[in-house]
Design a protein around this ligand. Structure first.
Ligand SMILES: [Zn+2]
Length: 505
């Protein structure tokens, strides 16, 4: 576990002098020794009243003052709302960020708020400047331990009341290749790319009386995201003129300000490079974008076209995609990852692309694209029930090949699945499996085998109707296996007892 609570004393004064700050506070100079989180006397008065450049979209919703009437205050937000201003010094790989988060009452009565601060998992990356309530009063006695920023409430949280937290912080990005102990993750920088994934403190879901903030693990994803709304403003400095931002949403900024608005999304991520070649295609109302490196142009074109093809197919097969864009980004490292509105595709697959659909570049692009439905729309607890997105994404690959590239289906079955002789119960959590290979083989591959067997058991038409109904009813939520089987039982009374024995604990 890591403890962090360092203060950047100049932050309060200089925060929106922006680049001045970047060259002082966040430069890789020796950092002062950590100050314990309870040393609130050192907190500067927050700058919460002016955290953002003037913007028509940046007007914060201020919770109503306590009223003499017994009526609870009206909620100002129905899901967490982030208003973030980020200045990236591309050359130094540092960011100065101000963030306001409005949090609706979670429906139960917590005595604290937990924000997930994934960047704090990496040593020397996250540096908290100021932390205050929406009215500007500094937060007292918070703690930042591992990825959990725990904020005790200063007064009881009434049902229907929105709480607002404002903070300033800096990030000194780590290299993406930072050792196996942190597991593969796109967050950080390479020689040609900066990736901001799980980059800002966020509100996890509050389920069964607890904020869901699982411990990071060596493989698999551990974070659980409720839907949230975002307004993000990004400014770049110290970057070549050719620098391009890929993001979960479309850039509606002007001049040097890049402005994004995204509603009902689980994540907002972005990736920056001076080398991106950009692909763009409209599919109905949705803009599909691809970002790749020129030296892999052939693979980049194929990955982009696969994304477009798979997107159109899933949109019709599962249900309509709810956002205005989807970006595919070539990872400058050997792993991929899905986020809402953007996914990374491992560069390793570009090298092996041979011009046919019988290749990992195509299979994995189809897989990652499907996560917009099985992760982005139907959410799940990725740590405790990873089969609910990964088995579905791998099964979506199968559907992609069966319907669009039947000539490559045998290759896919032989080399993506059966070569590994997948086995293992599919409903373990990410901490259960004792290694990436047993985890992947059970959750992804055998999970796909289960869905294939279920389709055979209940019939293809029933299965397709069930899948669409499951998507519709669980979209925007965090689905569980119980939800899956409850909805399934409404579509079929086929005896699947043998499948449950074969695939489930
Ligand atoms: Zn996946």
């Amino acid at each position: 576990m890591k403890m962090k609570g360092k203060m950047c004393f100049r932050f309060g004064i200089l925060v929106f002098v922006g680049l001045l700050w970047l060259t002082s506070c966040a430069a890789p100079t020796p950092t002062p020794p950590p100050v314990t989180p309870t040393s609130t006397a050192t907190l500067q008065h927050p700058t919460a009243t002016a955290p953002l450049p003037a913007s028509p979209t940046a007007t914060p919703n201020i919770p109503p003052k306590a009223s003499p009437t017994p009526e609870p205050p009206l909620p100002t937000v129905i899901r967490p709302r982030y208003t973030i201003s980020a200045a990236l010094d591309y050359g130094r790989k540092t960011l100065a960020i101000s963030e306001q988060v409005e949090i609706p009452h979670p429906g139960d009565s917590p005595d604290n708020i937990v924000l997930v601060v994934q960047p704090n998992w990496y040593p020397g990356v996250f540096d908290l400047g100021t932390l205050a309530w929406g009215d500007g009063v500094p937060v007292e006695a918070y703690s930042l331990e591992g990825i959990r920023l725990t904020i005790p409430l200063d007064s009881p949280w009434q049902a229907g009341e929105t709480r607002t937290i404002s903070m300033t912080y800096s990030l000194s990005l780590p290299p993406v290749e930072r050792g196996d102990e942190f597991g593969p993750n796109p967050f950080g920088y390479t020689n040609r790319q900066v990736n901001l994934t799980d980059w800002h403190p966020f509100v996890p879901p509050f389920i069964n009386g607890e904020w869901v903030a699982h411990t990071p693990w060596f493989y698999g994803e551990h974070l659980v995201y409720p839907l949230a709304d975002y307004t993000v403003e990004i400014q770049l400095a110290n970057a070549p003129d050719s620098t391009v931002i890929a993001a979960s949403g479309l850039d509606r900024g002007e001049g040097d300000i890049h402005r994004y608005q995204m509603e009902a999304t689980r994540t907002f991520v972005w990736s920056v490079s001076p080398e991106y070649r950009v692909y763009r295609q409209q599919v109905g109302d949705v803009t599909i974008l691809g970002y790749g490196f020129p030296f892999d142009a052939i693979g980049g074109e194929a990955a982009f076209q696969t994304t477009v093809e798979a997107f159109e197919f899933y949109n019709q097969q599962f249900g309509p995609y709810p956002h205005e864009s989807l970006s595919m980004v070539q990872a400058d490292f050997n792993h991929g990852m899905e986020y809402n509105g953007l996914y990374f595709l491992s560069r390793a697959f570009y090298n092996t692309y041979d011009g046919s659909a019988a290749t990992y570049l195509v299979a994995i692009a189809a897989h990652e694209t499907s996560h917009q439905w099985w992760f982005g729309m139907v959410g799940n607890d990725q740590a405790l029930e990873p089969w609910l997105d990964e088995a579905f994404a791998t099964f979506s690959e199968r559907l992609f090949y069966e319907n669009l590239h039947p000539e490559a289906l045998d290759w896919w079955l032989a080399y993506r699945v059966n070569y590994y002789e997948p086995q293992g119960l599919i409903d373990g959590n990410i901490y259960d499996y004792g290694g990436y290979r047993p985890y992947r083989d059970a959750v992804y591959l055998n999970g796909m085998n289960f869905l294939t067997a279920l389709r055979a058991a209940i019939g293809e038409d029933v299965f397709t109707a069930f899948l669409q109904d499951y998507l519709t009813r669980e979209s925007g939520k965090i689905a569980t296996a119980d939800d899956f089987f409850a909805i399934l039982s409404e579509h079929s009374d086929a005896d699947i007892g043998n499948l449950l024995v074969q695939y489930f604990r």
